[in-house]
Design a protein around this ligand. Structure first.
Ligand SMILES: Cc1ncc(C[n+]2csc(CCOP(=O)(O)OP(=O)(O)O)c2C)c(N)n1
Ligand SMILES: [Mg+2]
Length: 377
């Protein structure tokens, strides 16, 4: 018996607006109308400003740890632009621009990183999930949300974002396997920024692409230049069509780079070369789109100056709103967790938290112990 191949496959790489300003007119035709291209550019500039201010808030002790999104704006912005308003966006933590494009007020993200749970209470009617810090768990949620939509016969798909490192987690493989086997309308959007904290992607994926991990599950897989918003929109539109019309999941690997540290708790200079960073600065997705607009006479230095001023003013207002909110009552950590608090010990803890510094005022706890009829052991 001759040996014959049972599978031949390839991964395509999609690029439309390259880092030198070349535009593939055939692939890019009608993809993003001029007015929208300007709006997308303006949006990414405002998001970059928010990112820079968030970094400073952490450094000046006004906010907790923060993962900068700088350099990765085109991925989630392009994806959110291509999706419908009532499709799910299921994110990790480096997709602020996509969440803001969808309409999440910027202060929610600052609240999240300030440790205020109200940042995770997504406004009614917005189909986005809160930031996910545990790596990979959100992919399972996306598969579940897509399954629910299919079951309810809703015309809604789910797009989940995650990093290159997240594809080494078991959660990815379970989410992908379910999505493909159950024919679910999910888009797995991998932001391959080359690093999982200090681990380069080549150490945790020996294959030439991350995208091919999806092939094992029977998904359509593609790679694109993630700093090229046109390429992102193109691969998203193709994946959205497959999800909506055929109820098939897809895997997108978008090549991008985080220009900042992993988070404010990191110093990337300790593990990555300055030259690598310099190379990627030349591929900045915002500069690239800006140059495209200038070439088409849709943008000029006057508009840029006005936009920079607007971005600063808007973000300053966001910070005012984020910091201006009254702090939550300490007891809210219990009220947000439990529908009813029946356990007497929990009631004591809640009361102690409400009335004093944690555990310092025993008399408060004692009063409630008596009220609850339980003896101290
Ligand atoms: C389940 C889990 N394991 C480990 C961590 C610690 N951790 C935080 S970020 C990170 C790397 C993630 O890399 P990647 O998925 O490439 O995303 P990126 O930060 O590059 O956007 C790890 C291991 C975590 N948050 N959750
Ligand atoms: Mg990464």
């Amino acid at each position: 018996m001759p040996i014959k191949p049972v599978l031949k496959t390839q991964i395509d790489h999609v690029s439309i607006l390259d880092e030198h300003g070349n535009f593939d007119a055939k692939l890019g035709k009608g993809l993003i109308p001029d007015d929208d291209a300007v709006k997308l550019y303006e949006h990414m500039v405002v998001c970059r400003q928010l990112d820079e201010v968030a970094f400073k808030l952490q450094r000046s002790g006004r906010m907790g740890t923060y993962p900068q999104n700088m350099g990765q704006e085109a991925t989630s912005t392009g994806a959110a632009y291509a999706l419908n308003k009532d499709d799910w966006i299921v994110t990790a933590y480096r997709e602020n621009p996509g969440l803001f494009w969808r309409g999440l007020p910027m202060e929610y993200i600052l609240w999240h990183w300030m440790g205020d749970e109200r940042g995770n209470q997504i406004p009614e009617g917005l189909y986005v999930t809160p930031i996910s810090i545990p790596i990979g768990t959100q992919m399972l949620h996306a598969t579940g949300l897509a399954w629910a939509a299919k079951y309810r016969k809703e015309d809604r798909i789910a797009c989940t974002f995650f990093g290159d490192g997240a594809t080494s987690e078991g959660d990815f493989h379970e989410a992908a396997n379910f999505a493909a086997n159950l024919n679910l309308p999910v888009i797995f959007f991998c932001q391959n920024n080359g690093w999982a904290i200090s681990v380069p992607s080549c150490i945790q994926c020996s294959a030439p692409t991350i995208a091919q991990r999806g092939i094992a599950y029977g998904m359509d897989c593609v790679q694109c230049d993630g700093n090229d918003i046109f390429a992102v929109v193109k691969v998203m539109k193709d994946a959205i069509k497959r999800a909506r019309e055929d109820k098939r999941p897809s895997f997108i690997e978008a090549l991008t780079y985080r220009l900042g540290d992993h988070t404010t708790a990191d110093d990337a200079r300790r593990y990555r070369d300055a030259e690598e960073l310099d190379q990627w600065k030349l591929r900045d997705p915002i500069t690239r789109l800006g140059e495209y607009l200038k070439k088409k006479k849709l943008w000029n230095s006057g508009k840029e100056e006005a936009l920079q001023a607007r971005a600063k003013a808007e973000v300053a207002e966001v910070v005012k709103r984020a910091e201006g909110i009254a702090p939550p009552a300490k007891s809210e950590m219990f009220d947000s967790m439990y529908a009813t608090i029946d356990d007497p010990q929990l009631r004591i803890q809640r009361e102690t938290m409400r009335t004093s510094s944690l555990g310092q005022d025993q008399s408060q706890a004692g009063e409630d112990i008596e009220a609850s009829g339980r003896e101290r052991t």
